[in-house]
Write a protein that binds this ligand. Structure first.
Ligand code: SF4
Ligand code: SF4
Length: 92
């Protein structure tokens, strides 16, 4: 029973849409800044996962599929402990 509960939970917790490559290619081609998560600060609240409009952040480990990131900074804005920093493309 527990296994089916887990799989039901997984199904319910899927984003409504998933990122795909558009006609202009990957979004990261025109994005000028990208998020970087400091896992030392991250408390696992998952607000970034909930708010990312592109559903790019992985719930399990907070990895971000930067190929589709548009650099909107919503994840960084919503992070309650300021664990996400937006980095300019090409910056150290
Ligand atoms: S910058 Fe925007 S698109 Fe990129 S991961 Fe954060 S919320 Fe998602
Ligand atoms: S919003 Fe911030 S603290 Fe919460 S999971 Fe994301 S990076 Fe971690």
């Amino acid at each position: 029973v527990k296994e089916s509960d887990d799989s039901l939970k997984r199904e319910i917790l899927q984003p409504i849409s998933m990122p795909i490559e558009g006609v202009a290619g990957f979004t990261s081609a025109w994005s000028s800044q990208f998020p970087e998560i400091d896992m030392e600060k991250c408390n696992g609240c998952l607000l970034c996962w909930i708010f990312c409009p592109e559903a790019l952040i992985t719930r399990e480990d907070r990895s971000i599929d930067l190929r589709y990131c548009k650099g909107c900074g919503v994840c960084a804005r919503e992070c309650p402990v300021h664990a996400i920093e937006m980095k300019r493309e090409g910056a150290e």
